[in-house]
Ligand binder design. Structure first.
Ligand SMILES: [Zn+2]
Length: 234
């Protein structure tokens, strides 16, 4: 949907005008979202602590319900992108979050970007997936409980396919890559890719209940000052 030829053609016109103007007018920039992070994105990326504020429903529904934009090559090469990636990883690995995957809308950035812990690989490494998409879903559908850092402390039983083929932009080479993923890791990819369309696991759930252990854990971290939205956040 976001790659329709009409939309691409519309986006090219201001970019071309800006290219022409850039030669003579200092400060000329590409349209926001095309080759630069927006001022709001820059503020979140640069001013956040290493553990970022994680958006939650219903409070942050504007960002969590939006469809994201792709990350063009110019953004993937930027220092802001490296900072965002590092802070997202620190956030999902922090004791107060302790997730298995995180999507950019969960830190207030409406971009197609996620970290996924690859439980299907030796050492269970964390991997970064810019422009992540699911190309194919197949295999038996499972109905297992999952939770979302943005919908705490809910436990949702969600139907998920056993196998997915994913594509993404390699953050080093900027080339498109593909992989076929099975089992629990395939569930994580399906969960994180849902975030790119403004969908969370409770939307798809057969049933939703409260995860009491998670509720108690969060209450303890809340007492220590975790999960606070920064004063500068809009
Ligand atoms: Zn989630």
């Amino acid at each position: 949907m976001d790659k329709s030829p009409r939309k691409t053609a519309r986006a090219l016109v201001p970019a071309l005008i800006c290219l022409i103007m850039a030669a003579g007018i200092p400060g000329c920039r590409f349209p926001a979202g095309h080759n630069a992070f927006t001022p709001q994105e820059q503020r979140i990326i640069r001013q956040s602590d290493s553990v970022m504020y994680v958006t939650v429903l219903p409070e942050d529904s504007t960002i969590l319900r939006a469809t994201v934009q792709d990350l063009p090559d110019a953004l993937l090469r930027s220092e802001d992108f490296k900072t965002l990636a590092a802070k997202m990883l620190a956030t999902v690995q922090s004791p107060e979050q302790d997730g298995v995957g995180i999507a950019a809308p969960q830190v207030g950035i409406s971009r197609r970007l996620a970290w996924v812990q690859r439980y299907d690989k030796p050492g269970e490494p964390w991997e970064l997936y810019p422009n992540i998409r699911i190309l194919e879903r197949s295999g038996a559908v499972s109905h297992d409980p999952e939770g979302c850092l943005s919908v705490p402390p809910q436990r949702a039983v969600v139907p998920r396919y056993g196998t997915v083929i994913v594509s993404w932009t390699d953050p080093q080479t900027l080339q498109e890559r593909r992989d076929t993923v099975h089992g629990y890791t395939a569930v994580i990819f399906q969960h994180e890719c849902d975030h790119m369309e403004g969908t969370v696991c409770t939307d798809r759930a057969d049933s939703v209940s409260v995860n009491e252990a998670w509720a108690a854990e969060r209450a303890a971290f809340l007492e220590k000052g975790a999960y606070r939205k920064p004063a500068w956040w809009e």
